[in-house]
Design a protein around this ligand. Structure first.
Ligand code: GTP
Ligand code: MG
Length: 363
């Protein structure tokens, strides 16, 4: 089975690594039946230790991870009801490397991000909630633009056009994470957040025939985290939502792949059965004379293909079951832009029903 991929981008210090640590901690304890486990025990230890450090209030500012210098990749297994259903990779890029003044378009890293985004089920972009502190929407827009969108926006617009030229749909679904939401939640609301993000990332929203799906998700490691010089409690808010949304798209892709595989196997089965019928009707002597298929080999082929279809249907059943459970969680997502507009509650429900309709296929 193919591995799936998630990529996270955002300016230096916007909270990418903290999000990964919080996500891993939450998901390793299982949320709504989904559990995430690092495939490498050393990686599990590393992530858990760094999270334990985050929890240690007495360290104050020193509880946080050091800035990321290099690309870090983590391999995980997603389980549903403690059955492994999907391997995936999380790629954590150091912030700032898309910075127009520093980026090196010819570099390996630059090319790698492009590949990574292309292969991703979902792209996450961190917008530092510190930019939304205080009053004055225009001021906040300016901050988000100059500190974050300025570098990412042109890059993504360029990438989307490139993908389109290559015949791909465009960018993967995007999750805009308003990180450190604890810092700004009293100073803003969903209407303002939508306005800020839409204006700062104009290129992603503006164009005609807009196919992008963009969700804005406020996340935080804790409401009171910053109290007494960062000696507050770790009490994550919404940390599970971005990854669950990503898993939703990964499961849908798996179902499409399953459908394709099963359809091919059914075709193969029809062909083998037909050949077997023809061979059964012939005399052995004519086969010896004119050539043909060995009925025993055909019988084996039929049995093997039937078994493969049964196996695939069994796997698909898991994806379907877990996808159903997902909807209750996705209900918590309030800010979604799709089909060129911001969706209301009914629209969001219809969006999920639409993208998940593959689950109704008769596997
Ligand atoms: N108040 C608050 N601060 C946070 C939260 N998450 C992260 N921070 C702060 O943001 C800082 C940077 O977080 P990182 O996760 O290291 O940022 P990054 O995006 O990985 O940065 P680079 O690796 O340099 O690209 C941390 O050291 C914390 O001080 C949060 O939920 N709330
Ligand atoms: Mg980092």
């Amino acid at each position: 089975m193919d591995g799936r991929k998630f990529t996270i981008l955002g300016e230096t210090g916007s909270g990418k690594t903290c999000y990964l640590l919080g996500m891993y901690y939450e998901m390793s304890m299982s949320v709504a039946g989904y559990t995430v486990i690092a495939t490498d025990p050393d990686a599990d230890k590393n992530l858990t230790l760094r999270y334990e450090m985050l929890k240690d209030k007495s360290r104050g500012q020193n509880r946080f991870p050091a800035g990321t210098d290099d690309v870090q990749k983590f391999n995980f297994n997603l389980q549903y009801d403690y059955e492994t259903i999907l391997p995936f990779t999380w790629v954590d890029y150091p912030g700032g490397f898309l910075d127009a003044t520093r980026r090196d378009v010819g570099s390996e890293q630059y090319k790698e991000v492009e590949k990574s985004i292309k292969e991703s089920e979902m792209l996450f972009i961190c917008i530092d909630g510190a930019n939304l502190v205080g009053s004055g929407t225009r001021n906040k827009i300016r901050k988000v633009k100059t500190r974050c969108a300025k570098h990412i926006n042109p890059y993504l617009t360029e990438l989307r056009n490139k993908f389109k030229d290559e015949g791909k749909v465009g960018l993967p679904p995007i999750g805009m994470l308003i990180t450190k939401y604890d810092m700004c939640q009293d100073d803003t609301d969903p209407d303002e957040i939508r306005e800020i993000v839409e204006e700062a990332f104009e290129g992603l929203f503006g164009e005609e025939d807009n196919q992008n799906i963009i969700a804005i998700i406020p996340v935080s490691l804790g409401d009171t985290l910053q109290d007494d010089s960062y000696q507050g409690d770790l009490d994550p808010i919404n940390i599970h939502l971005p990854i669950l949304m990503g898993i939703n798209f990964a499961l849908i892709d798996q179902l499409y792949e399953g459908k394709y595989l099963i359809e091919q196997q059914r075709e193969n089965l029809d062909w083998a059965r037909e050949q077997k019928r023809i061979e059964d009707d012939r005399w052995g002597i004519t086969r010896w004379f004119f050539g043909g298929y060995d009925p025993d080999a055909l019988r084996q082929e039929i049995n093997d293909t039937e078994q493969a279809i049964r196996n695939n249907r069994e796997v698909v059943k898991y994806f379907k079951k877990s996808l159903k459970r997902m909807n209750r969680e996705l209900d918590a997502l309030e800010m979604i832009f799709a089909n060129g507009t911001w969706l209301n509650k009914g629209g969001i429900k219809r969006l999920w029903a639409d993208v998940q309709s593959i689950a109704d296929y008769n596997f």
